[in-house]
Design a protein around this ligand. Structure first.
Ligand SMILES: C[S@@+](CC[C@H](N)C(=O)[O-])C[C@H]1O[C@@H](n2cnc3c(N)ncnc32)[C@H](O)[C@@H]1O
Length: 288
């Protein structure tokens, strides 16, 4: 059966982590120091820019952009998550007075074309049934010369080929039985037992991204985010050592409910080689 928007809503609406509740506008919103939130987003030059976040989740990133002076509009498919984002704007008070959080579908954005200077979306568009439609919407609502800053999962990665394809897909046989096995394997809903199943996850090669973003100009791709804890068995051992050696991130408990280790130099080195995230920027053609 094809995945519907209701399936996606059901999963993300019930997938609550501490990050959907906490304020998370500080370090917690940028827990990966090399994520596009801090790397590709021009945090020092957001003042007065119109920024749209698609799939704002708990709203930590939108709140961070609002604090940097952007006029943020945040949309999420679920009511719970758009409420969480709205609450964060409220916590920010005056500095988020021009910001808005709405429940809306990234595949059919309720905005006129040429509306935003930046469209930001972190880990979202690979979870919607029609990723092509969502990317076309990003292009439509951007102003000419405006920039898309998007994170999508990377297929040419350790996590896809070893942890997912080999361990879950082949050795557990799930890839042969279920078209949507990757979604169920990548996002783990319902606390310690998987009581809610993520209906859709896609991941992309560089060539796939070039096709997906063909309507944009100046496409740039950066691969990153390799974590040893994702390596079966050995990962947990490494993580224990890593916490002792490098310490933990101040936002870890807030976002993930447990101390989050600072990335080790080896992980940072391996990120561009076999990381699980593509950090993508692309520009809408035309004169600003
Ligand atoms: C992995 S979470 C990412 C949340 C946030 N961007 C972050 O980095 O923490 C995916 C989010 O995308 C939202 N989402 C999925 N499909 C969507 C769609 N078609 N339109 C808007 N939001 C969507 C989900 O409700 C969920 O909040």
């Amino acid at each position: 059966m094809p995945t519907t928007k209701k399936d996606v809503q059901r999963f993300w609406g019930r997938f609550t982590t501490p990050s959907t509740r906490g304020p998370g506008t500080g370090p917690a919103a940028t827990i990966c120091s090399r994520a596009s939130t801090t790397w590709e987003m021009p945090l020092r030059a957001l003042e007065g820019l119109r920024v749209l976040e698609v799939g704002s989740g708990a709203g930590g990133h939108s709140a961070l952009f609002a604090r940097r002076g952007a006029r943020v509009t945040a949309v999420d498919l679920t009511a719970a998550r758009s409420r969480a984002t709205r609450d964060k704007f409220r916590l920010l008070g005056e500095s988020a007075s021009g910001c808005l959080a709405l429940q809306a579908d990234g595949e059919r954005l309720p905005f006129a074309e040429d509306s935003f200077d930046i469209v930001y979306s972190n880990g979202v568009l690979h979870h919607t049934p029609d990723t092509e439609a969502a990317v076309a919407e990003v292009l439509r609502v951007l102003k000419p010369g405006g920039r898309a800053v998007v994170m999508l999962y990377c297929k040419s990665s350790w996590h896809y080929w070893i942890n997912m394809w080999l361990c879950v897909g082949v050795l557990q046989g799930k890839a042969f039985r279920d078209r949507h096995w990757l979604g169920k394997a990548t996002e783990w809903g319902g606390g310690h037992a998987q009581t809610v199943e993520n209906p859709v996850t896609r991941c992309y090669t560089a060539a796939g991204l070039r096709r997906l973003f063909a309507g944009f100009a100046g496409l740039s791709l950066r691969k990153g985010e390799f974590y040893f804890y994702l390596v079966p068995k050995l990962g947990r051992l490494y993580r224990r050592w890593q916490v002792r050696r490098y310490g933990t991130h101040p936002g870890g408990v807030l976002v993930y409910g447990e101390p989050w280790p600072i990335q080790s130099p080896l992980e940072r080195f391996l990120g561009p080689v076999m990381g699980w995230a593509w950090f993508i920027t692309a520009t809408k053609p035309g004169k600003p």
